[in-house]
Design a protein around this ligand. Structure first.
Ligand code: NAI
Length: 340
């Protein structure tokens, strides 16, 4: 029987990369029954009253899995981020973002292979902002023991299950003594109690950024609260060739939403030039996740076939403009399909 997955095309380049990713995943033989649901500006354009319609949330909750294109969030004013709302409402508490150098993708580094595990539900993204008086604003950072322990446990478990060796916690507890102080205390306690076989270090986030740029191969699994995790995700994308090659997953106890790290890229939307690889790679993560969750090895086999196809296509130079190639979005997808 087909496996039901919600497909959210999203905004900007979202529909283009979503169509390409869907085409590649289908060509792998993964038997997925996609149901399209909208979120973001696309939801309003489709006649919905809300940016994150209840019907979209309900279907993700029912199927337990979605592949999502990016959604636009206006800067400074306007509506709250659909992404933040989605992750919070469905309690998708762990953002997992693998970062690795790939043959055929130009970057300044070699042998980068790290994973960011970002706390996805609190920190400054709690959205508690006030204008105290004209010209004076505040934003409240939230850190709870429950969420901090939960994400630490996820990061250490992830590290152990994948044979990785070290967890580095990025923090600013020298300044934010209570919130970041609690975050690292929880990580340390979870480590000491259950994961002493895994190496553990605490690194102040600004120094960590410098160290990453100097030598990213020193890092393995990075554990970070929400804002640091967001920022270093783009920094890390830059280490391995850009946002076109950086996939991601938002994982919770009851389900998962897979999406690339990049946004809706309004500067290139509608031109057919966006690189769909990050969403294809997110799809590969989804197939591997389905394989474990549903105990269906065939999904892992499809994931491996897709990975081999895009690795081969990259080394043969079949790629999009952002990676130095000439292919458009759908040509890029077709080049992968041809190698499947
Ligand atoms: P962005 O990631 O959309 O774009 C940054 C730069 O990278 C742009 O020059 C863009 O052309 C390029 N780029 C991004 N993805 C690409 C791809 N697949 N292929 C080729 N080039 C690519 O970041 P920006 O401009 O800060 O955000 C635009 C909108 O996206 C904002 O409204 C933001 O809130 C939203 N956003 C949504 C996310 C999500 O839905 N998960 C994540 C990040 C941003």
């Amino acid at each position: 029987m087909s496996t039901k997955v919600v497909l959210i095309p999203g905004d900007g380049i979202g529909p283009e990369v979503a169509e390409a990713a869907q085409r590649v995943i289908d060509a792998s033989g993964a038997d997925i029954a996609w149901t399209v649901r909208h979120a973001g500006e696309a939801a309003l354009a489709a006649g919905e009253k809300q940016l994150l319609p209840q019907s979209t949330l309900d279907l993700i909750a029912e199927y337990g899995v979605a592949l999502k294109g990016p959604c636009t969030t206006p800067v400074g004013t306007g509506f709250r981020s659909v992404n933040v709302l989605l992750r919070k409402t469905l309690d998708l508490y762990a953002a997992v973002r693998p970062i690795r150098t790939m043959a055929g993708v130009h970057s300044r580094y070699e042998n980068v292979d790290l994973v960011i595990v970002r706390e996805n539900t609190e920190g400054l993204y709690a959205g508690i902002e006030n204008e105290i008086t004209k010209g004076v604003t505040t934003s409240i950072k939230v850190a709870t023991e429950g969420a901090s322990r939960r994400i630490a446990d996820y990061a250490f478990r992830y590290c152990r299950e994948r044979g990785r060796k070290k967890v580095s916690v990025f923090h600013k507890a020298n300044i934010m003594k209570l919130t970041d102080g609690l975050f690292i205390r929880c990580a340390r306690e979870v480590h000491d109690a259950h994961y002493q076989d895994i190496a553990y270090e605490e690194v102040i986030v600004d120094a960590a950024c410098m160290k990453m740029v100097q030598d990213p191969t020193k890092f393995d699994v990075i554990l970070a609260e929400n804002l640091y995790g967001d920022i270093i995700s783009d920094l890390c994308a830059g280490l391995v060739g850009g946002l076109g090659v950086t996939p991601g997953a938002n994982i919770g106890e009851k389900g998962a939403v897979f999406e690339a790290v990049h946004g809706s890229a309004p500067d290139i939307a509608g031109k057919g030039v966006a690189n769909p690889l990050a969403l294809v790679m997110s799809g590969v993560m989804m197939l591997n996740w389905l394989s474990v969750r549903r105990s269906e090895p065939r999904f892992a086999e499809c994931a491996t076939r897709i990975r081999r196809a895009y690795d081969r296509a990259l080394t043969e130079g079949a790629t999009t403009r952002d990676l130095g190639g000439k292919l458009g979005t759908m040509e890029f997808a077709d080049a992968r399909v041809a190698r499947l």
